[in-house]
Design a binder for this molecule. Sequence first.
Ligand code: ZN
Length: 160
Amino acid sequence: MSDLRDLYQQLVLDHGRHPRNKRVIHECNDGAECRHTEGYNPLCGDKLTLYAKARDGVIEDLSFEGEGCAIFTASTSMLTEVLKGRKVEEIRGILDEFIEMLTSGEKTPDPEGLGKLAVFGGVKDFPTRVKCATLPWRALEVILESVDGKGQPDQPIRTE
Ligand code: ZN
């Protein structure tokens, strides 16, 4: 596990200091579906707006704005980097696995399926930080439910 822990520290530091895809996706005027949703983690103060651009069952673009702790920033940055350009169905599978990894007490995650996102598995040992890591994923869950012509989601996410 120590290799995974080293990798975790490297990735959280790197993405925490240099977040990827930190920008706004403005309204679409090219036939794609653009969505955004807000999230807030009152335990830590992490604040998020997650943006997605979907077309034909593919998330073409993913980005975010917000401020929070290093775990939140790294988790959000890596989410956008790893999932951008993938099919909605594929993203749903990764999302379920990521949430399962951080919230289930028993099941061993499949690091192969999650790729480098598996480094967040260690956060489970720090229960007060789990919501920092899962906040962008909960927001993504709402966004995925809103694509396919269902319109802009209206409920902000608040992790409790
Ligand atoms: Zn946090």
